[in-house]
Design a binder for this molecule. Structure first.
Ligand SMILES: Nc1ncnc2c1ncn2[C@@H]1O[C@H](COP(=O)(O)OP(=O)(O)OP(=O)(O)O)[C@@H](O)[C@H]1O
Length: 750
């Protein structure tokens, strides 16, 4: 018998043993779940039949409480039993995907380590059938070639030798094939995974995690992990696998899914990634977008301007002068300089703009204005301003309280003497007393109430205040235009999108925040899209959290940014330990598409890309829109016919997408993706470039329009983002020849 067949037989036997054990476990788990469900029903029934339904005495309450506790315990049992059952059900289809043989230093025996989605251990014999991919020893599989290897254990590094690495394809509990990979996880498996169709949901990559990705996933030493990764390098996938890893680790350190927050760019993205963790056997974590944080904390006070609206305005108005002021305004209002000005505004307000008054109650002296001011400014423990002022208000009201009683007595005497209220002396006096107390409260609230919105308006509407506060800070040359643009908007009662982070910052500084204080881990994807003030807001919101921040400088569109952004982010978040890592290899697109997209940005030294080959991208230019439309319709039909499941026609703006969709939809079924869209569907769709960020499609058709459409650097980045969404095929349509873009592979000269 040749060695492959012999190995095959051995592997088939091991798989059978594993599946048999799993089937037994599944049977037991099913029984346990059935038992715990029955217990829950019994307890509920007993509670309904025996416990009192109306609590009248303390004993009733006690009785009820005991039932409720029992119901809670049984519900938790059902939930954990069904979670375990699901885990094993998922495992039985494919219990493991990899193996390596490891001889640990100091031990004779060679261990066969099988790696799968979860641990599988025989409770009686302690035999480990499968190790969870997140277990410390499993890191060897992802990081080491044949030969010496090491992994971290709670008592230090453990070293040894790897003598075999093997990968498996197991489906429906049957071994399809396996192969040995002497160097690293072979490209063969990765080729197969990457050549599949794109899905409307992101998938897990646990079988093919690459070494450099594994380093990021398993980092435990740093409170802040920053990753710069090129398009398609796996940043989002890794972020999610990292969460799964941290939750696994968290079994000991008590990290739970509800303590993890993923900040996503938009709700389509939220929907796109939400199945990965459940696929990995973990509960879904909290997800939010900056826009929903804004809405929630600012309590819908300023309308509903969204990031998408803002981008749309910015991209469309670029050609006009207001575009550049708008851009300057966005840059300035998101900068650390502006944050410093806001800090000074808060200081200035506290020291100069709160008009404390001497306080009397019915002629009785309570406090001088100076006493109140001193008390307010002596804020050793940094209580937020609004809370500090509230304390002063409470102190004054406490002083007034006993005086109010005396005042009521006096009022009763006065009312008694006056005409017209003989039969309502008490109630009328009380009414007078309440009215006077209200007046007193309004009087002190002239200085104890502070509104972050008033503060912000003051900054822009008080002549010279911005310059005064900006001492030694370099204001933009266009500051006067920015101020007058802002004042005009404020006068119309409008608040621009770029004002939101500053308003949030002021709000959180003035009122304090306990909104997300329970969050222990924060993942910020598309990190390049947030301004430094937004990071200041994150820092105030997620005070007690560690951060994983992932971005790609090449995909920045609102502002000019370089890699110093990451240093700035690190400075803002100010964590004790941090590391910055890079992912330079793109996995999403074919080699040809990768080369093309990088050429768009004029990158001379091309980033690495995984060598999966496909067709060269095409650039087609036509001399009329009608011909372009006809071409797009043909391309969409060809791609769908070929078997691609997702074909995206990417336009620069929403406006363009809308127009194009209304023309195309007369000839083919095609979906328009709008800012309100919550989820991507299969088939053909039209989508604006900035909404396609983070997503991917089998084939991408870029509607280029006029060449001038993509002439500025920001536009080129939009084009880059659009093109880098393609997995297998890319076509770009232009109206007339795009001279300046220096595109290769142009076809169809007319
Ligand atoms: N190790 C891997 N094994 C299999 N697939 C991978 C691997 N790494 C990345 N991929 C695939 O590459 C594609 C891109 O991954 P992902 O979206 O996470 O990249 P990204 O860096 O966030 O991209 P972008 O910045 O362009 O949005 C996905 O289809 C993902 O499944």
């Amino acid at each position: 018998m040749d060695s492959y067949r012999q190995n095959y037989q051995e592997e088939a036997i091991y798989l059978r043993e594993t599946v048999n054990y799993l089937s037994n476990v599944l049977g037991m788990e099913q029984n346990e779940l059935a038992a715990s469900k029955k217990n829950l029903i019994d307890v509920r029934k007993e509670m309904w039949e025996s416990a009192v339904h109306v609590v009248t005495e303390y004993e009733d309450f006690w009785d009820m409480q005991q039932y409720l506790t029992e119901v809670t315990v049984q519900t938790a049992n059902v939930s954990s039993d069904s979670k375990r059952l699901k885990k094993y059900q998922k495992m039985i289809n494919s219990p493991y995907f990899g193996r390596f043989d490891f001889s640990e230093e100091g031990f004779q025996e060679k261990e066969k380590i099988y790696i799968g989605l979860h641990n599988l251990v025989d409770k009686d014999t302690q035999k480990v059938y499968v190790y969870d991919w997140r277990a410390p020893i499993a890191s060897i599989f992802y990081r080491f070639e044949l030969g010496t290897a090491e992994y971290e254990t709670p008592v230090g590094m453990s070293r040894g030798k790897v003598s075999l690495k093997r990968q498996y394809k197991i489906k429906n509990s049957k071994l399809k094939y396996f192969f040995d990979c002497s160097v690293r996880i072979t490209d063969e498996m990765l080729q197969e995974v990457l050549s599949q169709n794109a899905s409307v949901k992101m998938r897990n990559i646990v079988e093919t995690i690459q070494k450099e990705q594994d380093v990021i996933i398993r980092d435990r030493d740093n409170e802040l992990l920053i990753v710069q990764g090129v398009a398609g390098s796996g940043k989002t996938s890794i972020a999610l696998h990292r969460i799964a890893f941290l939750l696994y680790e968290g079994l000991n350190s008590n990290l739970h899914a509800h303590q993890v927050m993923v900040v996503s760019p938009h709700s389509i993205f939220t929907n796109y990634i939400e199945s990965v963790l459940p696929e990995l056997g973990e509960e879904n974590v909290e997800q939010t977008t900056f826009d929903s944080i804004t809405e929630e904390i600012l309590n819908h006070r300023f309308g509903t301007d969204t990031r998408e609206n803002n981008l749309e305005t910015l991209i469309q108005s670029r050609v006009h002068n207001e575009g550049s002021i708008k851009k300057e305004s966005i840059n300035f209002k998101g900068s650390m300089d502006f944050k410093r000005i806001l800090d000074r505004l808060l200081w200035y307000y506290a020291h100069h703009l709160i008009e404390f008054e001497d306080v009397y109650y019915n002629g009785i002296f309570l406090n001088t204005r100076q006493q109140l001011k001193n008390r307010f400014l002596k804020n050793d423990i940094g209580i937020p301003m609004a809370k500090q002022l509230k304390k002063i208000e409470t102190m004054l009201l406490d002083k007034v309280h006993p005086l109010q009683r005396q005042r009521l007595n006096r009022l009763e005497k006065i009312v008694e003497r006056s005409e017209g209220h003989e039969f309502e002396i008490k109630s009328y006096s009380r009414w007078l007393s309440i009215k006077q107390a209200g007046n007193f409260l309004r009087q002190i609230q002239r200085f104890t109430k502070v509104d972050y919105w008033d503060l912000y308006k003051t900054l822009f509407t008080t002549p010279g205040l911005m310059t005064k506060l900006a001492k030694e800070i370099q204001l933009p040359e266009t500051i006067e235009s920015i101020i007058s643009m802002t004042v005009q908007e404020l006068q119309k009662g409008q608040v621009s999108y770029e004002d939101y982070p500053a308003l949030l910052y002021l709000n959180l500084k003035v009122n304090g925040s306990d909104w997300f204080s329970g969050i222990k881990q924060v993942v910020i994807d598309e990190a390049q899209d947030y301004s430094l003030i937004q990071y200041e807001v994150f820092k105030l919101l997620f005070k007690n959290a560690n951060y994983t921040v992932l971005g790609d400088i090449q995909q920045t569109i609102e502002k000019e940014a370089d890699e110093s952004l990451y240093e700035d982010i690190a400075a803002v978040l100010a964590k004790q330990t941090m590391v910055q890592l890079r992912l330079n290899k793109g996995y999403r697109s074919t080699y040809e598409i990768n080369r093309f997209t990088q050429g768009l940005l004029g990158i001379s030294r091309l980033n690495d890309s995984f060598e999966r080959h496909g067709k060269e991208p095409k650039v087609i230019y036509e001399n009329s829109i009608v011909k372009i439309d006809r071409g797009i319709i043909q391309s969409v039909s060809d791609f769908l016919e070929f078997g691609y499941e997702s074909v995206a026609v990417i336009c620069k703006t929403q406006e363009e997408a809308f127009q194009l969709h209304s023309r195309l939809s007369k000839s083919i079924p095609i979906t328009l993706i709008k800012p309100q869209t919550k989820a991507i569907v299969k088939g053909a769709l039209v989508i604006p470039s900035y909404m396609a960020k983070g997503l991917e499609f089998d084939a991408v058709i870029v509607y280029g329009g006029e060449e001038s459409n993509y002439s500025s650097l920001m536009d080129k980045k939009l084009l880059y983002i659009a093109c880098s969404r393609a997995l297998h095929q890319l076509v770009v349509y232009f109206l007339n020849y795009p001279e300046k873009l220096n595109l290769k592979n142009t076809q169809k000269p007319f």
